[in-house]
Design a protein around this ligand. Structure first.
Ligand code: AOF
Ligand code: ZN
Length: 366
């Protein structure tokens, strides 16, 4: 199963919206006779590729699959039929498929065919690999990672907005890995106006097989400037705005000149777009993982809404002082320490000359 997970990981940057899945087949003597991993949505699933390699030698042996074999007709026929026809003695599955079109039906079919089936081996690792896919089906929203580059005093830019380059080249290259696994990279109009980022994946180390993250811009008031890079290239961009914002873009001719898709969202009393609703819409668009690369307000609104699953901070060994911009601006100041969001350090390591901290929320027990 460990090998199957390793194979599955090869699809990490390319399978979305599908999950990354790996399969290893053993013959009755315990020899590996077939391996497969899912590469792209629309292409064959892991089991079918592994069976193509083993060509019958798996009969009476064992099949290891990191996700329950599918039982539905999607872009490809059900894998469970192929698995049952191959007649292994035993099928070991790391985790059940959260997709309601499968959801236990694959495991049931194998059992009904009289083949031994076990679920749960390295299940946590399999779920972590497909955290976005699992989140989309179980919570109706994507997995959310917030990325920050800051000084040791938590500052991300000088007061005038200048922020290139606080962290080093290795940290910036590492961000490419985060982008490459994301279905969407989300930012605010403030960042577009200040930095004009391209938010694209341009690193051959992360093979996306042509898939690219959707760039999503929160722009409640419709301030997208005509020359914004996110709206002047061939990569896909989605602008989330309000009714008033859309009218503003229309009135300024922005809508017709540029390359982007528009989606209207409701606004709160302060004219702000709600992150929770935006995430629901992104899940409806099959987004598994979202990377937030924004300024302090949008990042702060995600944290305050309890919508952050992971924070990745690249901490540069420098001090920018109190007039520089903070990492997070919360929509409401905290009135007591009890209100603070709590995280734990899940991983800490050096990336070039910077420190990379990975944080996960502490689950509330109250
Ligand atoms: C498997 N093995 O390798 C994958 C599975 O549209 P399709 O046909 O590609 O089906 C996509 C769904 O199939 C996906 O949402 C998930 O439930 C399952 N993915 N299943 O048995 C695989 N990639
Ligand atoms: Zn399948």
């Amino acid at each position: 199963m460990s090998r199957a997970l390793q194979l599955a990981g090869r699809g990490l940057f390319s399978t979305a919206p599908n999950p990354a899945v790996g399969c290893v087949l053993l013959d009755p003597a315990g020899q590996v006779v077939g391996e497969g991993w899912h590469r792209r949505a629309g292409e064959p699933h892991a089991e079918v590729l592994a069976l193509g390699e083993s060509r019958g030698r798996e009969r009476g042996g064992t099949a290891y699959v990191t996700l329950e074999p599918c039982a539905h007709h999607g872009r490809t026929p059900p894998c469970v039929d192929a698995v049952v026809a191959a007649a292994p003695k035993r099928v070991v599955v790391a985790m059940q498929d959260p997709n309601p079109r499968v959801a236990g039906a694959g495991v049931r079919r194998i059992r009904e065919a009289g083949i031994g089936v076990e679920v749960g081996l390295l299940g946590a690792e399999a779920a972590e690999l497909n955290r976005g896919f699992v989140s989309r089906f179980t919570r109706g929203r994507p997995w959310v990672t917030v990325k920050l580059g800051s000084s040791i005093d938590g500052r991300t830019a000088l007061a005038d907005g200048s922020s290139k380059w606080i962290t080093g080249p290795a940290a910036r290259a590492d961000v490419q890995r985060l982008r490459a696994r994301a279905s969407a990279v989300l930012t605010g109009i403030g960042t577009v106006l200040a930095d004009d980022p391209a938010l694209t994946v341009r690193d051959a180390r992360f093979e996306t097989h042509g898939r690219e993250p959707l760039r999503v811009v929160f722009d409640a008031r419709g301030q997208l400037p005509p020359r914004a890079r996110v709206a002047n290239d061939e990569h896909p961009t989605l602008l989330l705005t309000s009714k008033a914002g859309a009218a503003h873009l229309q009135a300024h001719g922005i809508r017709s000149q540029l390359q982007f898709e528009l989606e209207l969202l409701p606004v709160d009393a302060h004219g702000r777009l709600a992150p929770a609703i935006a995430l629901e819409r992104l899940a409806e668009r099959d987004c598994n993982e979202v990377l937030v690369e924004s300024g302090p307000r949008l990042a702060g609104s995600f944290v305050a809404a309890g919508l952050v699953d992971e924070i990745v901070v690249y901490l540069a060994p420098t001090v920018l002082g109190d007039t520089a911009r903070p990492s997070f601006v919360l929509p409401q100041p905290l009135r007591s320490l009890e209100q603070r969001s709590r995280f734990r350090y899940a991983d800490v390591r050096m990336v070039g000359s910077d420190l990379r901290l990975t944080l996960r929320p502490v689950e509330d027990h109250c």
